[in-house]
Design a protein around this ligand. Structure first.
Ligand SMILES: *[C@@H]1O[C@H](CO)[C@@H](O)[C@H](O)[C@H]1NC(C)=O
Ligand SMILES: *[C@@H]1O[C@H](CO)[C@@H](O)[C@H](O)[C@H]1NC(C)=O
Length: 335
């Protein structure tokens, strides 16, 4: 009995974790047919027999993608994603909301973009926000991931309300962008997209490494699809009552609230895994952006080009030793 107790406990935790993975925040998942339609590269879009997961392939002939059958005016959009392994330089897998098809000049967009890498180097992930055609004001952040996204399936989610945008990995918020005056906030209904494509000209080291089709097909897998939001006409916004049910489910799930625990988890993630943030890139935006909240403990880790400082001990010692030392005591400490 004494021996078995920890085992029961362990099993209970496993069940709890499995349940949490199946239903994030307790919201319901849908089949592909219920929410999405193929967008391009039909032959490279492979639906599972039960229609609850989709594989998107990239080969030398085509990438592939799918699009939500409706546009949404706010909501919570989520997919569990597994990325292609092996040599994936030049490849981009994206999960994003956009209305670029409807509003060519004033489009809105919220992105998760996964950037492939050369063999042995990890995938990197980027989030971005555009509002009302702000394509000349990118708002990128880049991160490494705390797991291998080619071996483990994780859930990536975008929350968008009229006040805030939150990017989640599983149940950890990793970025929040609040609506601010002058902040290029998305204000029109958007569709959801998932795509895999050849971005040889920029994805890996600025285009230095291209897609190597000897490793193709490159396979990404999307499952546990969630589109929880208010379905909308692109131009005629829905009346408030029409959105009430969808938004009530969203609010009761608590997804739109960053509790203090979740905020701590967000800070920890950003401290550990963020490698670039537009908010600290003062060379690009000397005035800053209205929707950036500067966190001092974050800021000190980034150079004024927004990239993570390389904290190389050897280099730090070398630089310090160039400072003229005035006494033997000091010199002893430095060397
Ligand atoms: C969006 O941009 C268009 C054209 O640039 C402008 O006329 C319009 O007022 C903007 N809308 C908002 C909500 O800022
Ligand atoms: C990686 O690519 C090599 C060469 O094409 C292949 O032999 C190997 O099975 C691949 N590994 C995985 C995990 O796909």
């Amino acid at each position: 009995m004494v021996v078995k107790l920890p085992l029961y406990f362990f099993i209970a935790i496993c069940i709890f974790i499995a349940a949490a993975a199946a239903a994030p925040f307790g919201v319901s998942t849908m089949s592909f047919e219920e929410g999405y339609s193929p967008l391009f590269g039909d032959g490279n879009l492979v639906r599972s027999p039960d229609d609850r997961s989709v594989r998107l392939l990239l080969d030398q002939y085509s990438g592939s993608g799918f699009i939500s059958s409706d546009l949404y005016w706010h909501g919570f959009f989520s997919a569990a994603i597994q990325l292609p392994s092996n040599y994936t330089a030049g490849i981009v897998v994206a999960f994003y909301a956009s209305n670029g098809d409807v509003f060519e000049k004033t489009h809105d967009e919220l992105d998760f973009e996964f950037l492939g890498n050369v063999k042995g180097k990890p995938w990197r992930m980027q989030t971005n926000v555009y509002g009302n055609g702000s394509t000349n004001r990118g708002r990128e952040e880049r991160y490494l991931l705390p797991f291998d996204p080619t071996k483990e399936t994780h859930r990536y989610s975008i929350l968008w309300t009229d006040e805030t945008i939150i990017f989640y990995i599983d149940e950890t918020p990793i970025r929040e962008v609040r609506r601010r005056v002058g902040g290029d906030y998305p204000m029109k209904p958007m569709s959801l997209y998932a795509t895999i494509w050849d971005a040889s000209n920029w994805a890996t080291s600025g285009g230095k490494y291209k897609v190597d089709y000897r490793y193709s097909p490159f396979v990404s897998r999307f499952s546990d699809l969630v589109l929880l939001g208010c379905r909308s006409d692109p131009i005629q916004l829905p009346e408030n009552e029409q959105c009430d049910d969808a938004m009530a489910e969203l609010i009761s799930s608590g997804i739109d609230t960053i509790t203090s625990e979740r905020r701590q988890a967000m800070l920890r993630f950003r401290q550990k895994y963020m490698t670039y943030s537009v908010c600290y890139d003062t060379m690009r935006y000397p005035e800053g952006l209205p929707d950036c909240d500067i966190v001092l403990s974050e800021k000190i880790k980034f150079r004024d080009n927004g990239h993570l400082r390389i904290t190389n001990t050897r280099r730090r010692y070398r630089r310090r030793s160039r400072i003229p030392v005035t006494g033997g005591y000091r010199r002893q400490i430095d060397t």
